[in-house]
Design a protein around this ligand. Structure first.
Ligand SMILES: [Zn+2]
Ligand SMILES: [Zn+2]
Length: 181
């Protein structure tokens, strides 16, 4: 959505609300297209004594494979973003990275919203905080069913320990017998 902001820039105290649905279904995150339904966008642009602020509120559903078990996981997110708008070119602006330069008094809100959301998304999605993940040996989803790999590993380790202990016993016995002689 292209916002025309000249009126707001020229009138201190003015404010405008914008509300629409943004289709982000084409946007890829890694190999997924996680924006399964349109993103609800509410924005407000206001002029406070010459300082023009863009406030954005977004809410959306996000479907992404769990980082541990790879099951598709549907999450709801909502975020607030805030930017200062300036008619100065970016190099001349004093406000740093939160400032967006709008030299012709227009802004393409879709692009701003997309960039803000992609920067804010968590780096990992989990189906539940205590997801047990997949067995690294047999690939079974351990949330659904425990496999035998873990007990087998423990058994193998115990067996190795037993062998080790037996060897030590032998050494001790040998030493004893030497002492006895
Ligand atoms: Zn999971
Ligand atoms: Zn297993």
């Amino acid at each position: 959505m292209l916002l025309e902001l000249k009126e707001i820039f020229l009138n201190e105290g003015s404010s405008s609300d914008f509300s629409y649905e943004l289709d982000m279904s084409d946007i890829k995150v890694s190999l997924s297209r996680p924006f399964v339904s349109p993103v609800s966008v509410k924005a407000n642009v206001s002029n406070h004594a010459g300082l023009v602020l863009l406030k954005i509120y977004v809410s959306f559903k996000f479907s992404y494979p769990c980082d541990r078990c790879a099951i598709d996981t549907l999450k709801s997110f909502e975020y607030n973003f805030e930017h200062i708008l300036s008619v100065e070119s970016e190099e001349n602006s004093d406000y740093g990275s939160d400032c967006i330069s709008v030299p012709d008094y227009t802004i393409e809100l879709d692009k701003v919203v997309e960039d803000d959301i992609l920067l804010e998304l968590p780096s990992k999605i989990l189906c539940s905080p205590d997801c047990k993940g997949l067995c690294s040996k047999c690939g079974k989803n351990l949330n659904e069913e425990m496999c035998n790999c873990i007990t087998q590993t423990i058994d193998t380790r115990l067996e190795a320990l037993r062998t080790l202990l037996k060897d030590e016993d032998l050494v001790v016995q040998e030493n004893n017998s030497i002492e006895l002689c």
